[in-house]
Design a protein around this ligand. Structure first.
Ligand SMILES: Cc1ncc(COP(=O)(O)O)c(C=O)c1O
Length: 423
């Protein structure tokens, strides 16, 4: 189906045919949901051994009684796990509570209220702003929006954020004090940043305001679906470029063990960690070390964690294949949509023709298939082209996903044809 070269008669014929198919589907009263990237119950069950694993032995390897208060940095064995995931020194890692998003919120708040490493607190600036590669993760944008930090869109490409745009913006505006990055299997496009992008990002610290920080949310660091994809190491690059203070890294076991009760990690330079801890110590006496110990006992070696991730991949891979096959079959020879082919992570995202995403989501909802709201992948919920839709294949069983995708591609076709008829 090629809309651009179709005659009006052809469009009308397609509209009639697709509407009839759509009406038939609506009669099935489906109730399917491909909105949020949650692990399925089968994936969660891979880690059920966590329950009872300690069996009364609460002492960590270094003798710490994990039941008691203390240890703001987290257990050494948990910090080692974070260091393995992020490929950084253990001394630069704090192991925290169950959510990396909480650590990110805390870190943004630290920059905003107090400033990192002696730099001006962002709240004292006239108009502090973050660069936001788009499409991106809605919860990152929500943090900025809640604190009144402005957001500036930077387009995502197949190799990461458009670095010409990012460098230009940072050069022109010294009130750009942060940037969100999901560098591996990006949410939602699935793209992994390439060598040049990571190198150029590591040099931003040399042209930006000294208080500028990149929030390197490596949520999908070990979530490869097949062969391991290599993400260039940003810490190494910042060491080489003299910008170690410009990056804070985050990860968690949320999509490794139990999503709601994992362990989260933040890694940063000694100066940044000191700033973070100064605020943290007023907030908590320490993290849940019992849970940290359970996680370390489940995966005493990094190789075991990686083997565990292969089991996740075996469950997820057919679901990604299903989504990609639907997109391929429906749109490969069309001008109806563009997408990347992720080699890991939790999402596939489709760019429809401009002006169609909201209509697709509405049509799908009316047919009983819930999608992430159109616009959610952009700051303030505003997709200027109204074209991006995030698909999250992980949660529903394969058969349900297959049905949901059949409905989805039909809705994309119908919305595209109707949109073309209106213009
Ligand atoms: C990019 C990204 N970062 C962070 C999170 C949430 O992580 P956590 O559960 O550790 O708070 C998600 C969850 O979907 C995510 O996609």
């Amino acid at each position: 189906m090629r809309i651009d070269s179709a005659t009006r008669d052809q469009l009308q014929a397609w509209e009639k045919e697709l509407s009839a198919q759509y009406e038939r589907i609506c009669q099935h009263e489906l109730n399917l949901d491909i909105t949020r990237g949650k692990p399925s119950a089968v994936q969660l069950s891979l880690s059920d051994k966590l329950d009872g694993l300690l069996n009364g032995d609460y002492r960590a390897g270094d003798g710490t009684d994990t039941r008691n208060y203390g240890g703001l940095d987290g257990l050494i064995c948990a910090r080692e796990m974070g260091a393995d995931i992020l490929q950084v020194p253990t001394s630069e890692v704090i192991a925290g509570g169950n959510s990396s998003l909480t650590l990110m919120y805390h870190a943004v708040l630290t920059g905003y209220l107090f400033g990192f490493a002696g730099n001006t607190p962002w709240r004292e600036m006239k108009e502090p702003k973050f660069l936001c590669p788009v499409p991106g993760y809605d919860r990152h944008f929500a943090i900025c929006e809640q604190l009144g930090i402005g957001m500036v869109n930077v387009p995502m490409t197949a190799t990461g954020p458009d670095m010409d745009a990012a460098e230009q913006l940072v050069k022109e505006d010294q009130e750009i004090i942060g940037m969100w990055c999901v560098p591996k299997f990006s949410n939602p496009t699935g793209v992994t940043y390439d060598e040049e992008t990571v190198e150029r990002l590591s040099r931003l610290g040399n042209i930006a305001n000294p208080g500028f920080r990149i929030f390197w949310d490596n949520a999908y660091a070990i979530h490869d679906l097949g062969q391991q994809v290599n993400l260039p190491n940003i810490r190494t690059a910042t060491v080489e470029n003299g910008t170690v203070d410009s990056v804070l890294q985050f990860a968690s076991t949320s999509k490794v063990t139990h999503a709601g009760s994992g362990v989260a990690f933040v890694s940063a330079s000694p100066a940044n960690l000191a700033s973070l801890k100064e605020q943290m110590q007023a907030m908590t006496i320490g993290p849940d070390k019992v849970n940290q110990l359970r996680h370390s006992r489940l995966f005493p070696e990094f190789s075991m964690l990686k083997d565990h991730m292969k089991k996740h991949a075996d469950i997820l891979q057919p679901k990604f294949a299903c989504v990609l096959k639907h997109l391929e079959d429906a749109f490969a020879d069309s001008d109806l949509g563009k997408w990347e082919t992720p080699k890991g992570g939790y999402f596939v995202s489709l760019d429809t023709r401009p002006g169609c995403a909201k209509a697709v989501v509405k049509l799908a909802a009316d047919a009983g298939v819930k999608l992430t709201p159109a616009g959610a992948t952009f700051p303030y919920g505003k997709d200027p082209e109204d074209c991006n839709i995030r698909i999250a294949p992980s949660f529903p069983p394969l058969e349900e996903l297959d049905t949901a995708m059949s409905v989805f591609v039909l809705c994309v076709k119908l919305a595209s044809v109707r949109n073309a008829l209106q213009s």
